[in-house]
Write a protein of this length. Sequence first.
Length: 72
Amino acid sequence: MKDIEGLPNLVLNVTTLCADLFGAFDEYRKELIGSAEARDRFFKTYRDTGTVDVRVPGQVAAWKEIVKNAFT
């Protein structure tokens, strides 16, 4: 929390949040590559959860960017 003009505000460092998120994705990718048990758990959870349709244009663009960067 940070006071700005006398009002409490929550300030987030988006660069750090994104770097941490992509780091977590990378660690999870490594776990999936190295562990059959982790892959089985992932696929079971995926089957049980199903898919989510993202329809908001800004969210679609953001997810496309995430997927593009995940495989480069």
